[in-house]
Write a protein that binds this ligand. Structure first.
Ligand code: B12
Length: 217
């Protein structure tokens, strides 16, 4: 299915790193009642295109930093609208963090925000989180779900190590890995139960897992 014009324009503005244009477009779309989740989806595609230009050496590290700053500002605009949305589905405790060696946190923060809007109690450990810290916090908080975020290829080993340690130390609940570059093969390598490449499916999956577990304690 092709994207509507408003999406294409926003995606292009992000890919071109046109900060003011992006923010104006997002404000316009919010004013006209557009779904903030659709806006997030477009931003993710725009960021993917920034990544491609980085790989093609059309952008350098400064381009990635600029893109990150633009998305952070977009999320500030979306946050109040998202917070107004409520849910009555079963929710629970989630331990979340970006794994060791990786400092990408914009996607993780979006997931945190959406889960919190859906009444999940999210304990976010931040970025570059060592496996031992995940394991320690899991033992303390007894989360229903553990979510690991990572965008770098090198973060797969940290994910694998984290999940092995969590299992070793008795965590029996579901583990989800999230990040735009993930796939089934990575999920198997890492030993996670589920993999997710967008926040909306992530929230849906967490609701499903809570229903299966059938508990709110
Ligand atoms: C912005 C950006 C940065 C910013 C990050 C700012 C920040 N605060 O996060 C900065 C400048 C810091 C950065 C640094 C680097 N980056 Co960078 N970065 C990006 C870029 C362009 C966008 C990432 C992003 O925010 N996407 C938008 C968000 C919304 O999408 P997302 O993260 O995928 O999150 C969504 C889902 O995945 C999901 N999700 C995410 N986590 C979780 C967790 C759970 C539990 C669930 C359910 C769901 C979920 O929900 C989110 C919302 O829908 C990507 C390109 C790309 N294709 O992603 C490169 C990219 C990830 N970076 C890359 C690289 C190489 C680097 C550097 C090594 C560059 C360098 N030479 O220093 C460093 C690494 C630093 C480190 N140690 O981590 C490469 C990674 C390549 C690889 N395969 O390893 C990419 C893919 C660019 C590319 N195509 O080459 N980067």
């Amino acid at each position: 299915m092709s994207r509507p014009d408003t999406s294409v324009i926003l995606i292009t503005a992000i890919a071109d790193l046109k900060e003011e244009t992006v923010l104006a477009l997002v404000r316009q779309r919010l004013d006209s009642g557009d779904d903030p989740l659709m806006i997030i989806e477009d931003c993710q595609e725009g960021m993917r295109q920034v990544g491609v230009r980085y790989e093609q050496k059309k952008y350098f590290l400064a381009g990635l930093i600029m893109a990150g700053e633009i998305l952070r500002q977009v999320m500030e605009l979306l946050q109040p609208v998202l917070r107004g949305q409520v849910s009555d589905q079963p929710s629970g405790r989630i331990l979340l963090g970006t794994v060791q060696g990786d400092i990408h946190d914009l996607g993780k923060n979006i997931v945190n925000m959406l889960l919190s809007c859906h009444d999940f109690a999210v304990h976010d450990l931040g970025v570059d989180v060592p496996p031992a810290v995940f394991a320690e916090q899991a033992a303390q908080l007894q989360p229903h779900i553990v979510g690991l975020s990572g965008l770098l290829t090198i973060s797969y080993d940290a994910m694998r190590e984290t999940i092995a340690l969590l299992r070793d130390q008795g965590y029996q609940g579901p583990t989800i890995i999230g990040g735009g570059q993930l796939n089934e093969m990575v999920c198997q390598y890492v030993g996670a139960d589920h993999w997710i490449t967008d926040a909306v499916s992530g929230v849906e999956l967490c609701h499903q897992l809570m229903t299966t577990q059938g508990r709110r304690d």
